[in-house]
Design a protein around this ligand. Structure first.
Ligand code: SF4
Ligand code: SF4
Length: 451
């Protein structure tokens, strides 16, 4: 199986050896001849290309390439497999807590049907919230650090509960030897000074939903009475971020086929003073008029290239500027479970609804066949948990020969399910985008390594 992937981006000629994860920045000659080097002897290579390249350079390059091969970092065999069963103890370490299935925006693309997840609008009560945290502690086994994301709908619509649950979580920590890391994901409309101060004191991370340019944001994210929300939320987000100092946050945008030039939106984030950014493709049925479809893919791939060049430019002036999808860990370590299993949805990660029902992640909430159990009686659908645990790059046929598999770890199960009806069948468009983002990220690291 060919384990080599090569690409040229941001003036970098890159070779990637899939099994070892090694990345090599090479000169154009090696880039040009690498496949032939794999197949031919040194003398055959020299004979074939001596009219195009100096003989000495060819010999030197060939020796260099084979030195790297002997170190196991090029042309290596992809005979990897899972070294240990994944999450045998069924440890849950992260929870998306849906404190409000209601929202004060009416985002057109909302996967949560404007906050209600295809069910009645509902706020979580205190008993259920506390039971959810107890459930997490009870299923966390040896794990000390636990992640809880206050999510919605719009969690600020149930902010008193958020405050109570933060206090309740803290009260559990010493007794159970746990530490909660809290995050909140908000559209920002209800932020005021008190909420900002509470969030900045108690939330380890904040995800702020903003789609970029005013016309883009207002078109897709109107308020319940049909007005645009951009002006209101930008002011609130600026205030929050300014007061937040060095604590984590990020701006999370969504692009649709209306803003395939989304690098302009990311640039606007930076112009507005936001340094931690992300921009994700909309997830929705292909027949929606704003959906990302096959005919948009070429333009999106080019846009990631534009964005990677812009990213390098901005980073020269502002090294703290980040784009979430360009943060790739090239030194992932040898842990094959970590490299092949992905997000952990349905196993290490779950989502809990206002009534206490447990789902594999927020994207499956409301799909009755994906209900795992509830926080009062526990996990009942253990077969489904096993299905999620087994969904990895070795069980997903399409991932088998994919150069990106040990970085992508098999993609998003929800995207796969909604596109193809199976968590084992990756979403083709998602894969194309993921691979381009990885190339962009690796080329950025290579370029930065030059300086
Ligand atoms: S990009 Fe697609 S095919 Fe490749 S590893 Fe990820 S999910 Fe699998
Ligand atoms: S399945 Fe997809 S949406 Fe759900 S947690 Fe995993 S990556 Fe995120």
């Amino acid at each position: 199986m060919n384990s080599l992937h090569k690409f040229h981006l941001n003036d970098q000629y890159v070779l990637l050896d899939r099994p070892s994860g090694a990345v090599h920045v090479v000169d154009p000659m090696i880039y040009d001849l690498i496949e032939e080097m794999q197949e031919k002897s040194k003398e055959d290579l020299v004979k074939a290309y001596k009219d195009r390249y100096p003989e000495e350079d060819l010999r030197e390059a060939y020796d260099e390439v084979y030195k790297i091969k002997d170190m196991g970092l090029l042309f290596s065999e992809d005979d990897l497999e899972l070294s240990a069963p994944y999450n045998e103890e069924n440890t849950i370490k992260a929870m998306c807590l849906h404190v409000a299935h209601d929202c004060n925006l009416r985002c057109r693309y909302c996967f949560a049907s404007q906050g209600a997840y295809d069910h009645d609008r509902l706020l979580m009560d205190e008993e259920t919230g506390k039971a959810a945290l107890d459930f997490l502690v009870a299923h966390s086994n040896h794990r000390i650090n636990l992640e809880v994301d206050f999510f919605g709908g719009e969690p600020l619509m149930n902010f008193d509960l958020v405050k109570k649950l933060v206090a309740y979580g803290r009260s559990l920590e010493e007794k159970h030897n746990k530490h909660f890391r809290f995050t909140i994901t908000t559209n920002g409309l209800l932020l005021d000074d008190d909420k900002i101060d509470f969030i900045n004191e108690h939330m380890d991370n904040v995800v702020l939903s903003l789609d970029g340019r005013k016309e883009v944001h207002d078109k897709m994210r109107p308020t319940a009475n049909g007005k645009g929300s951009f002006d209101l939320v930008v002011e609130n987000f600026k205030k929050l971020v300014e007061k937040r100092k060095d604590k984590d946050y990020y701006i999370r945008g969504t692009f649709t086929n209306h803003n395939l030039d989304f690098s302009k939106d990311v640039k606007l984030f930076h112009d507005l003073g936001f340094e931690k950014t992300s921009m994700e493709p909309v997830v929705c049925e292909p027949e929606k008029e704003y959906a990302i479809r096959e005919e948009h893919v070429d333009q999106i791939l080019k846009e990631y290239e534009v964005l990677s060049a812009l990213y390098l430019d901005i980073q020269k002036e502002d090294p703290d500027f980040l784009f979430f999808h360009f943060m790739v860990d090239l030194d992932q370590g040898p842990c094959m479970v970590k490299r092949s299993v992905g997000c952990g949805a349905g196993s290490e990660y779950c989502a809990v609804t206002p009534t206490g029902d447990v789902y594999p992640c927020h994207q499956f909430v409301g799909q009755d066949e994906f209900k795992l159990g509830d926080v009062f009686t526990g996990i009942e659908n253990t077969d489904l948990v096993e299905d999620f645990k087994k969904a990895n790059v070795f069980s997903k046929e399409d991932c088998g020969d994919c150069w990106a598999k040990y970085y992508c770890s098999g993609g998003c199960h929800a995207n796969a399910y909604y596109a193809n009806g199976s968590i084992l069948k990756p979403h083709k468009i998602g894969c194309q985008l993921e691979k381009k983002r990885l190339e962009a990220a690796i080329s950025i690291l290579a370029k930065q390594g030059e300086n």
